[in-house]
Write a protein that binds this ligand. Structure first.
Ligand SMILES: NC(=O)c1ccc[n+]([C@@H]2O[C@H](COP(=O)([O-])OP(=O)(O)OC[C@H]3O[C@@H](n4cnc5c(N)ncnc54)[C@H](O)[C@@H]3O)[C@@H](O)[C@H]2O)c1
Length: 326
């Protein structure tokens, strides 16, 4: 079978590609395990570092209407659609956010519809679809009221995926990811970038800025569990999503102050002193509009797993990205 990952040069895309290559097989439309003969890694920037003969790299703009006709064909049994412009970037550049987060998703779904082979499509949505006056624990039926362009674009993508699935054009599964922490590498343009930076930079003995208050509550998931969930969500039978194609993934609810306490417990006060608290009203407003917790009953009943607590998230980062060394 042929599998496509969009946004494959990104943080989760690269990890997902490595995981799929290790697994070597996925369930096809009939629910039967099939060898993954080809993995297409698409991104607007070159996807580097994959020498596996099953991999082909395509460096194109997904929002270009000509592109998908060349990349997706009736052999493309599964698509993981991860390409996106992240939250602060979509807020700063409205046109870019609409083009990548919304127009490209619709183009992708339309391409599948035209081909008529109903591929499995896993789409990554976000906590940012919620906003406004939220209950302490968001429920499945809590209304979507996004307070950022990114959140709006993801929410529309969710609805499109649901309708294209209802009509049998795709077999879509939309997984709402909590904020992913701890993300390795450099800070990015996501409003939630600090949720990794306040752990990652001090562990690397570098200074960092925390733009939100210590009582700001976040809903977090480790990269390890996020990637496992993308694969798990793909493997479930379509009937598992019969009532609702959109699913809130499990997460861990912590305040920023509790995250810093964890850092202190694991790496000492010298690490904590690397954090400078400098409020950024734009980031505080965006992050403050996101839920700090949501009900996980449905995801857990389907077999999805989250992290035990924030300590285990930091330990996973140390094991996976710092080779076990703090
Ligand atoms: N990381 C998180 O905390 C988080 C939380 C919730 C949801 N998500 C969602 O998960 C997905 C993956 O997130 P990530 O953290 O890996 O993001 P990322 O920014 O690391 O990766 C996104 C990738 O999309 C690519 N891209 C952007 N525009 C493109 C275009 N026009 N054509 C082709 N590729 C394009 C980028 O080059 C990038 O490599 C995204 O859809 C994101 O919205 C992430």
């Amino acid at each position: 079978m042929k599998v496509l990952i969009t946004g494959a040069a990104g943080f989760l895309g690269r990890r997902l590609a490595n995981k799929l290559l290790r697994l070597g097989k996925l369930r096809n439309a009939a629910g039967v395990e099939e060898i993954m003969a080809r993995l297409v890694l698409l991104d607007i920037v070159p996807v580097e570092g994959f020498s596996d003969p099953r991999v082909s790299v395509v460096s194109v703009d997904l929002a270009d209407p000509q592109v998908l006709n060349r990349v997706v064909d009736a052999e493309t049994a599964s698509i993981f659609h991860l390409a996106a412009v992240v939250s602060s970037q979509a807020e700063a550049d409205f046109d870019l956010g609409m083009r990548v987060n919304l127009d490209a998703a619709r183009l992708l779904f339309e391409t599948c519809r035209r081909l008529g082979h109903c591929p499995r499509v896993v789409f990554t949505s976000s906590v940012a679809v919620y906003g406004g006056d939220l209950p302490e624990v968001v429920q499945d039926d809590t209304a979507l009221n996004p307070k950022s362009s990114y959140g709006i674009q993801k929410a529309i993508g969710e609805l499109l995926l649901s309708d294209y699935s209802r009509r049998g054009f795709i077999d879509g599964r939309c997984l709402r990811l909590p904020t992913i922490s701890v993300r390795p590498g450099k800070p990015n343009k996501a409003a939630s970038s600090f949720a990794s930076g306040i752990i990652r930079e001090p562990l690397n003995n570098e200074e960092t800025v925390c733009p939100v208050t210590a009582d700001t509550r976040l809903w977090l998931l480790s990269p390890r569990q996020a990637v496992d969930s993308l694969v798990f969500g793909h493997e479930l039978v379509a009937e598992a999503f019969a009532l609702n194609r959109v699913l809130n993934l499990p997460g861990v609810s912590v305040t920023v102050g509790e995250m810093v306490e964890t850092l202190g417990r694991i790496s000492g006060q010298a690490a904590v002193s690397k954090i400078r608290w400098e409020s950024d009203p734009v980031v505080q407003r965006i992050i403050g509009s996101w839920p700090g917790s949501w009900d996980m009953t449905r995801a857990l009943a389907l077999g999805f797993k989250g992290d035990r607590d924030f300590d285990s998230i930091v330990q996973a980062y140390i094991a996976d990205d710092l080779n076990g060394a703090r």
